[in-house]
Ligand binder design. Structure first.
Ligand code: EPU
Length: 418
């Protein structure tokens, strides 16, 4: 297994190119199952989760080639199944459920178990499918879904769910009649998926609002699409500049997807200038402690909570960080404390009392964004930090050590026993 070794204390300066968004790429790849033929995607990041989705689509019979462009040929799908082995490695595997039901009226998908950030059930995906006429049976740890025909339905989500919205939107594209999704997720990744589905011939209105209307069509045909930039990767590098007192220019990003994050970071003392697809960020004064609550988009993203906490660990006062989306997304707290942070958990909130410095130590990555928060803390800490189990980081941050080294960080990837 690999670890990252980081010697902290260098203010980062220079340019960081932002990669395509993992959470936009995964639903697009799953959508290739809806229309037979070759789908072409540009700006797909080279990440472990992308390879897992390729393996899943390959298991089902799709042919994937990634040579700069990712081409997925879904002409010969023979296995309508997402097996346990792949779903347990990556929960986003459940995104094949909607497309399979849409095109084949049948699917067998392993139920995801618990994970490091919370229970994360898929009951809302299943309830929505049932309203569309799908029969859903749970046995042997699998969801068996089947339908003679899919019919349009009005579905109100009890809770905003990103992949739930994506799954039902995909299923509805080929249903008979109109489906209306109320309390739908408004994330940019949902909008990107809707854009691609429309390019394939789907009729979707309202993506990006809380009400999405999908008028079913007979069939879709493959097309091409460029994946949107990763707003969470961009937000993580904004904090990398802020936490080290550096000065970075992020290129190829979409500042309009980062408004809530930019606003909080400005309140925390960072200077941020957006210009077209670039964002420049620097910090000269002290880090100001500010409170934050996570919300679905356009609120402050849960996927930035851990990284923001690393910044607040060095704040000039007390910050209250409340996690509203996942009940257990605080695995990074104990590891940040190993680096000297002063954090107390109170239910779904963390009280972060800023300290003047953190110091390097061996720490363990527990999930993707928790790992990112440890990298950020390590960049600012005195001395050397070793971050173990960085396979979590490789799921979602493309070439992280190369991008960081290019802007001055002292960071090395080593084998665990080195
Ligand atoms: N929920 C239910 N029932 C459901 C679906 C969701 O109770 O059927 C609950 C969840 O347990 C959670 C909340 O609703 O408490 C929101 O979960 P959501 O379904 O929106 O999460 P997700 O779709 O599984 C996506 C991202 C996550 C991101 C969340 C929230 C992808 C592939 N994953 O997950 O990304 O944290 O939305 O924004 O898009 C990450 O990239 O590190 C990551 C975890």
């Amino acid at each position: 297994m690999d670890k990252l070794v980081i010697e902290g204390g260098v203010p980062l300066t220079g340019e960081v190119p932002i990669s395509g968004a993992k959470n936009a790429a995964l639903p697009l790849m799953a959508a290739s199952l809806i229309a037979t033929g070759t789908h072409t995607f540009a700006n797909i990041p080279r990440l472990r989760d992308i390879r897992t989705m390729q393996a899943l689509l390959g298991h089902m019979g799709a042919k994937c080639e990634h040579d700069g462009l990712l081409r997925i040929d879904s002409s010969d799908i023979h296995t309508l199944e997402a097996p346990y082995d792949l779903v347990k490695t990556m929960r986003a595997s459940v995104l094949v459920l909607g497309p399979m039901v849409a095109r084949y009226r049948k699917a067998r998908v392993s139920l995801p178990g618990g994970c490091a950030i919370g229970a994360r059930p898929i009951n809302l995906h299943l309830k929505g499918l049932e309203k569309m006429g799908v029969s859903v049976e749970l046995k042997h740890g699998y969801v068996f879904a089947s339908a003679d025909r899919l019919k349009g339905a009005t579905i109100t989500f009890d809770q905003v769910t990103v992949t739930g919205t994506e799954n039902l939107m995909m299923a509805a594209t080929l249903a008979d009649g109109v489906t209306v999704l109320h309390n739908a997720a408004r994330e940019p990744e949902v909008v990107a998926l809707a854009e691609y589905l429309c390019k394939m011939g789907a009729r979707i209105q309202g993506a990006g609002t809380a009400q999405i209307t999908i008028e079913g069509v007979k069939e879709l045909s493959p097309s091409e699409f460029t994946v949107i930039p990763d707003r969470i990767e961009a937000g993580t590098y904004l904090i990398a500049a802020g936490i080290t007192g550096g000065n970075l220019k992020l290129t190829s990003c979409r500042p309009e997807h980062l408004e809530a994050v930019i606003q909080k970071l400005e309140t925390a003392g960072l200077s941020i200038q957006s210009n077209g697809d670039c964002v420049e960020v620097k910090r000269e004064g002290e880090i100001r402690s500010v409170d934050v609550k996570t919300w679905p988009f356009p609120g402050f993203p849960t996927d930035m909570q851990a990284q923001f906490m690393a910044l607040m660990a060095l704040g000039n006062g007390v910050s209250l960080i409340s996690e509203q989306i996942f009940e257990n997304r605080f695995m990074h707290v104990l590891e940040l404390k190993r680096l000297g942070a002063d954090i107390e958990l109170e239910g779904r909130s963390a009280v972060v009392r800023g300290v003047s410095k953190m110091s390097g130590a061996p720490v363990m990555a527990t999930d993707l964004r928790a790992s990112a928060s440890l990298v950020l803390a390590a960049l600012a800490a005195e001395g050397v930090t070793e971050i173990h189990r960085i396979y979590h980081l490789d799921r979602g941050y493309e070439a992280i050590e190369k991008k960081l080294a290019a802007v001055g960080a002292r960071v090395w990837r080593r084998k665990d026993n080195e």
